[in-house]
Design a protein around this ligand. Structure first.
Ligand SMILES: [Mg+2]
Length: 157
């Protein structure tokens, strides 16, 4: 992690964001948890369009993608390796080591992160507190249904 590279540019203007922070549950997944009789969470479902979109953001467009999650579900590390993203465990999603970033989140936990973002996005079915964040772009896709692929188009076009 490079703590210095998101600082203000030479003229005092922020350079274009090259870091994308993605909340996991409710954005990459539909937010539902599958809990078995032992209390384990064996599965989370991800969308192949998001796998493709995250890889494209990194390898074609040069973004650093960071998955920000409070849930220590071990599968997230397999997913992050598959797509080439980093993972940060953060419960409050405040005091993240980035100053200049794009962010997407779906629930009240994410309001702080989204409010600090240079560009903020949410899935269509985000919590009301998130939809009310100033300047946020509410995408038309539901969480877990390829919302990162839609965000990619918004960022690139
Ligand atoms: Mg969430």
């Amino acid at each position: 992690m490079d703590y210095g590279k998101s600082s203000t540019g030479v003229d005092g203007f922020l350079p274009d964001s090259k870091t994308i922070l993605i909340d996991v549950d409710g954005v990459l997944t539909d937010g539902r948890l599958t809990i078995d009789h032992r209390g384990e969470k064996p599965f989370k479902q991800f969308h192949t369009r998001d796998v493709r979109a995250i890889r494209e953001l990194i390898s074609v467009h040069g973004f650093e993608v960071v998955l920000v999650t409070a849930d220590e579900w071990p599968g997230i590390h397999h997913f992050s390796r598959k797509v080439g993203a980093e993972v940060i465990m953060s419960r409050s999603k405040t005091n993240l080591p980035y100053q200049n970033f794009i962010a997407i989140g779906d629930d009240s936990w994410d309001v702080s992160m989204l409010s600090q973002a240079q560009r903020a996005f949410c899935p269509w079915d985000a919590d009301e507190s998130v939809k009310r964040v100033a300047g946020i772009t509410r995408l038309e896709t539901l969480g877990g249904h390829g919302v990162i692929a839609e965000m990619l188009r918004e960022i690139i076009e």
